[in-house]
Design a protein around this ligand. Structure first.
Ligand code: HEC
Ligand code: HEC
Length: 286
């Protein structure tokens, strides 16, 4: 066959079709060969350094590599680094009052960041993810407080819980008296109605109707409402409802329920301190 090769000296394999279509046996291009060997060497070196080759059972199923690197080790080192940074902050926080933490910008920032999850887990269901409140649950982001917005009061609120009590007045007041009081409150001037004094509202809401932090009695003059209307109720209807059925009054089955649970037993002092700073930093702290 070689004798009849019409294209001698060109490295063809002797397979020729259609008179001139030949299969050549040239070596592959140099770059290709280099790349092939380079990748082979890479795989071997990689296999020596990192865990890779399947190995018999008993050896945990794979070779360990000379460096002992594992994803798990890398993860654990990462976690340990974060923990070390945290531990530094946590040690500092442990010895400080919430008020002192607020004075330190770096520590406040750390506290806010680390309390976000605590708030989400323990508080958001009632007060909303960002403290915006909800029907029956007070807003925590404004500076209108039932019990006061100092860092100490907020800490007390979280530790001991709160339960404001207002007597139901549905059986004490005539409907037109409820109307008069409700309208005066909507106008922001509860004391303008003589009933406010005569019917004893001042005992809890104060002479000026601005509320008392000790009782958590709402400010009735600022047109900011603790209890917002439900459904197609107007704010006036909602105020009337509160006057008639009160808040947490066990003698009235239709009373408004408003209980802030105590977290003193459920959360550590440190976590409560963090949450107090977190709530304060919503912007309404005083
Ligand atoms: C089960 C619902 C519920 C949960 C959970 C809850 N709260 Fe409350 N919170 C309330 C209610 C209701 C009030 C109002 C109590 C009242 O009217 O007397 C309140 C009041 C407060 C107040 C006082 C607001 C003011 O105006 O003085 C603060 C501060 C507060 N909550 C923070 C928190 C924090 C922080 C958490 C999480 C650790 C939390 N709450 C979890 C229902 C809840
Ligand atoms: C025993 C104390 C007490 C008396 C008496 C009382 N209140 Fe209240 N009142 C409260 C408390 C406490 C709250 C807030 C409850 C809460 O948020 O948990 C409140 C809330 C209210 C609210 C709701 C405010 C809002 O922002 O939604 C209205 C309206 C109101 N009172 C009107 C009156 C009127 C009118 C009288 C007199 C007829 C009166 N209260 C008598 C304690 C009292």
């Amino acid at each position: 066959m070689a004798d009849k090769n019409p294209f001698p000296g060109e490295n063809n394999t002797g397979h020729i079709w259609d008179d001139n279509l030949r299969e050549l046996s040239n070596p592959p291009p140099r770059w290709w060969t280099i790349a092939l060997w380079a990748s082979l060497i890479w795989v071997i070196v990689y296999g020596i350094i990192y865990p890779m080759w399947p190995a018999p059972p008993g050896s945990q199923g794979f070779t360990k590599g000379v460096t002992g690197w594992t994803q798990m080790n890398e993860y654990n080192t990462g976690v340990a680094e974060v923990e070390a940074v945290r531990a530094e902050f946590e040690t500092k926080l442990a010895g400080m009052s919430a008020a002192d933490i607020l004075k330190d910008e770096g520590l406040s920032a750390y506290t806010v960041a680390s309390a976000k999850v605590l708030f989400g887990d323990n508080c958001a269901a009632c007060h909303g993810r960002s403290g915006q409140g909800g029907p029956g649950f007070p807003v925590l982001v404004d500076d209108d407080w039932l019990y006061g917005g100092t860092i100490e009061t907020i800490e007390q609120t979280i530790t001991g819980g709160r339960k404001g009590v207002m007597t139901a007045h549905g059986k004490i007041l005539k409907p037109e008296e409820v109307d008069e009081l409700a309208n005066a409150i909507i106008e922001g001037k509860p004391e303008s109605s003589p009933l406010f004094l005569q019917k004893g509202c001042i005992a809890c809401h104060g002479m000026d109707g601005k509320g008392m932090a000790m009782l958590g009695s709402a400010n009735l003059t600022d047109s900011i409402y603790r209890f917002v209307p439900q459904g197609d109720q107007s704010q006036l209807d909602s105020v009337k409802y509160t006057i008639m059925h009160g808040v947490n009054d066990v003698t009235d089955p239709m009373t408004r329920e408003a209980v802030m649970p105590a977290f003193g037993e459920r959360l550590s002092k440190g976590d409560i301190k963090k949450l107090a700073v977190y709530v304060y930093k919503f912007g309404g702290g005083q």
